[in-house]
Write a protein of this length. Sequence first.
Length: 225
Amino acid sequence: MSWRVQCFAGLRELIGQSELVVELPPGTTAGDLKKYVELEYTALSGRMGAVRVAARFDFLEDSEALPEGEDLALIPPVSGGSPATETSDRIRLSSEVLEPARVLDLVRGPDAGGIASFIGTVRSVSRGRTVLHLEYEAFSGMALDRMRRIAEAAVQEFGCLRIAVFHRTGRVKVGEDAVVIAAAAAHRDQALRACRAVIEALKADVPIWKREFYEEGSSWVGWGS
């Protein structure tokens, strides 16, 4: 069978192309696909353990069979973050400068007794090197879908009223905000816990990758950096 496989960030650069077409037998698992790609591209030797396979905007377990007729994606570890895109007013990827006050306004209301926020800002020094700027790359459809799911799950788990998540894409300067999260709830503890849960989930499971640029070069953060 034939599958089209999209590749992103540092993995795409090591392979040298953004899309693969692979021919594998029916019943091939996600783990089998990873082994196949690692054997085909020697630059990936020893690196595929941390890569996940996605289909229909969901991650597959290594033991799961690849769904027939579905496009796949190889997702290297994320950064844990084009024209603006969104799934709702409160979930957004944007190449434009973020406005934290706007994000807070999206969750305010007379029913909210507490609003907690997190702002992730580009710092000038990372791992002992001077950072000139960052670039964020996203698998936008899947990223927006997972951001929405994460927000909805936090609303349910912590009894929040509203959650907003904005994340930058493209080039982000030192001192600019890369991510803004706001959670509104009747009580402060609900809002604080939800805000923390959202940023931790975003850093772990949303396919947004960060590349740091220095005077001496650049590196992808999270994998191969």
